[in-house]
Design a protein around this ligand. Structure first.
Ligand code: SF4
Length: 355
């Protein structure tokens, strides 16, 4: 693509952004630098999560932790509670660790250089470029999945394994030399409206003349099937509305979050026992009918819930604690755990006379 076409494309994208940029709480006027703390929080939250899902969490998080100091001095549990429901909890741990380092080693000032930002926990290539660019005006190439897809389409490199390409080189051709942060955000907004992952709106795209994308026949597209995993969740409860939870091992998925004790998540459909509890031998716990389904990025988990009355427990060697619907709010739990709790209570109340 020659320079004139590139410049026209850049101009059209910039104009589009000027007229249609999304109003997001961490953004500021075009051409101005964003607030570094707001940028840090929003960029970490946006890792693997859509803007729409982030908005409410972002607002509440900012009220609870308005600056680096409040975040650095908070307990891990407080941070996880504020993050509960947003998923990918490793991000919350890392953000908390990063805030502590910034507070202690950088006098509470977020570093502006990409190379320094990259040394902080949970901040990789994209996030460091985004913070340096959006908050400090550094002319970095900010390439998230939307920008990457856009670049590949413009140069017709998407789904085209026969052509070798260097994303960075293509990005350097496409991005202007100045105000790269605004340009990256412009592409993100444009991709959200037009150059979407599925079914891009090429027929009424304002830059279709400058784009080499050749839409593939749908039969050529490969459907990625997610793996399935299974587990059993042990909902142990008493008649006063208390139920048993435990903290998941830190090395596992959702590590550090609290859950209804579950067996290992395995690909085998054969449900195993938790082995840490023994029940009255005359008692038959009830397996609830429905499997709780929960999507993770690389697999789908199906949890079979078994409800057990506390008084039928002979031994319980699971390390954990008793909570009720009100005190559970003091603990960080995932959406998966919320689903298991809600479903268990719903079923217990309808099955009461049989349990
Ligand atoms: S023509 Fe289609 S693929 Fe190319 S930028 Fe526009 S929407 Fe994206």
């Amino acid at each position: 693509m020659n320079n004139i076409r590139i410049h026209t494309l850049q101009r059209k994208i910039k104009l589009y952004y000027k007229k249609n940029s999304r109003l997001l709480p961490w953004r500021i006027k075009l051409g101005k630098n964003q607030d570094p703390y707001k940028t840090l929080i929003s960029e970490i939250m946006l890792q693997q999560t859509r803007v729409k899902a982030v908005l409410d969490y972002y607002k509440v998080f900012l009220i609870k932790f308005p600056d680096i100091k409040s975040l650095a001095l908070a307990s891990e549990k407080e941070v996880l509670i504020a993050w509960s429901g947003l998923g990918y909890y490793r991000r919350a741990f890392n953000l908390h660790r990063a805030a502590k380092i910034i507070f202690k080693e950088y006098n509470g000032i977020i570093p502006s250089e990409k190379i320094v930002l990259r040394t902080l926990p949970g901040i990789g290539e994209y996030t460091s470029s985004a913070i340096a660019s959006f908050a400090f005006g550094k002319e970095e190439l900010v390439v998230d999945t939307n920008v990457e897809r856009f670049i590949k389409r413009i140069f017709n490199m998407e789904d085209n394994s026969s052509k070798s390409y260097n994303l960075k080189e293509l990005g350097e051709i496409l991005f202007p030399k100045k105000n790269r942060g605004d340009f990256a955000q412009a592409i993100m907004d444009f991709s959200n409206d037009y150059c979407t992952k599925l079914r891009p709106k090429c027929h009424n795209c304002i830059i279709s003349r400058y784009c080499d994308y050749k839409s593939l026949d749908t039969s050529q597209k490969i459907k990625v099937k997610k793996n399935k995993k299974y587990c059993v969740s042990y909902f142990i409860y008493d008649l006063k509305g208390f139920f048993f939870i435990r903290r998941r091992p830190i090395s596992e998925i959702l590590g550090g979050m609290y859950e209804i004790p579950s067996t290992l998540w395995k690909s085998s459909k054969k449900f195993s026992n938790i082995n840490l509890i023994t029940l009255d031998k005359n008692y038959n716990p009830i397996f609830l009918n429905k499997l709780i389904k929960h999507d993770f990025s690389h697999f789908t988990l199906f949890s079979k819930v078994i409800v057990i009355k506390k008084e039928k427990l002979i031994t319980n060697n699971i390390k954990g604690l008793w909570v009720n619907k009100s005190t559970i709010k003091r603990f960080p739990i995932s959406n998966l755990t919320k689903k298991v709790i809600d479903y268990s209570f719903e079923e217990i109340s309808s099955l009461k006379k049989f349990l």
